[in-house]
Design a binder for this molecule. Structure first.
Ligand code: UTP
Length: 300
């Protein structure tokens, strides 16, 4: 049996410039999918996958994330006095246990690879997951749980969740080459950051969930800047691929890129339509909006 995946790193130190002004004083990761902050959605996914220790790499203006994962005595006592037991239960359920969270700082947003490197002392010498909170994966079982299963089937190594994108969009993403497919997982034999369509080994893109071996930290230690002058996790993974196996999982589910306005709005619609408490009323509202746009929302 490979070493279990007990820890997950959540990089939340980015500037969220695509969501300004919303993210001027508030972290992007506290934007909500219906009524759940993005960071809560991904912590839930990690818990479902068996993660026991949640490591947040935060930056300026991110203290509210730490508060979110703490008890709020005043609020709880008010809810108790008002007999709001459903709300109280919900808050209790969402909270990781005492001692299960750690927070560290990335003092400057030098890139995702650098943010992961900032967690090295907290992770130590064991395999771990990296979960990007702005990539919301709607899946059952959750994407990370599916990855842990592949990690066990493939007897360890590094695992990356991938999904298909349209060929004309491959230049926007990290793309992997695939061989030796077994069901929906495969060996990764290439990794290319933002390739031209004609150079892309496939249309399978890296989509925001990783299981990595701790040797990645030795490579990130070199602090080599890549695309955009940032320290990129993909560059470090490419180097690690020379000495360790990497597997891809084409996971079952749908990804919403909530770092992007359209993806964020789509995630909200998709989740709202599946919420028993609001779906009927929300469908009516959507119908009205569609009718106001001539039955079809289209700008042509
Ligand atoms: P993004 O590039 O999507 O986030 O990084 P960003 O930089 O905050 O957003 P934009 O592009 O300016 O709108 C993906 C994840 O990695 C974290 C971000 O917080 C986000 O959750 N990240 C990124 C860091 O923690 N540190 C970094 O230096 C860069």
């Amino acid at each position: 049996m490979p070493k279990p995946i007990r820890k997950a790193v959540f990089p939340v130190a980015g500037l969220g410039t695509r969501f300004l002004p919303a993210t001027k004083a508030m972290p992007k990761e506290m934007l909500t999918v219906v009524d759940r902050p993005l960071i809560q959605v991904v912590v839930d996914e990690a818990r479902e996958a068996g993660i026991e220790h949640f490591i947040f790499v935060t930056g300026r203006n991110k203290a509210v994330i730490e508060d979110h994962f703490d008890k709020q005595y005043e609020l709880e006592s008010t809810l108790r006095k008002r007999g709001k037991s459903a709300e109280l239960d919900l808050l209790e359920l969402d909270l990781p246990g005492a001692g299960e969270t750690s927070f560290t700082r990335q003092q400057e947003p030098l890139g995702l690879g650098h943010a992961v490197w900032c967690a090295r002392q907290l992770v130590g010498n064991e395999p771990f997951a990296v979960v990007l909170p702005d990539m919301v994966m709607k899946a059952s079982p959750g994407c990370l749980a599916q990855m842990v299963q592949v990690y066990e089937t493939r007897n360890g190594g590094n695992i990356i969740a991938v999904e298909e994108t349209r060929w004309e969009h491959v230049h926007r993403y990290g793309v992997v080459g695939a061989k030796d497919w077994q069901d929906n997982h495969f060996t990764i034999n290439q990794m290319v950051e933002k390739p031209k369509r004609e150079d892309a080994p496939s249309n399978l893109i890296i989509s925001g969930r990783y299981i990595l071996q701790p040797e990645i930290f030795e490579i990130l230690d070199r602090k080599e800047a890549g695309a955009g002058g940032e320290i990129q996790i993909t560059d470090a993974m490419k180097r690690l691929m020379d000495v360790q196996p990497f597997h891809g999982l084409k996971y079952e589910g749908t990804t919403y890129d909530c770092g992007d306005k359209v993806g964020f709005l789509a995630a909200n619609v998709a989740h709202a339509l599946e919420r028993e408490d609001i779906a009927p009323a929300f469908r009516d509202e959507l119908d009205k909006i569609l009718q106001a746009h001539g039955g079809k929302i289209s700008w042509t």
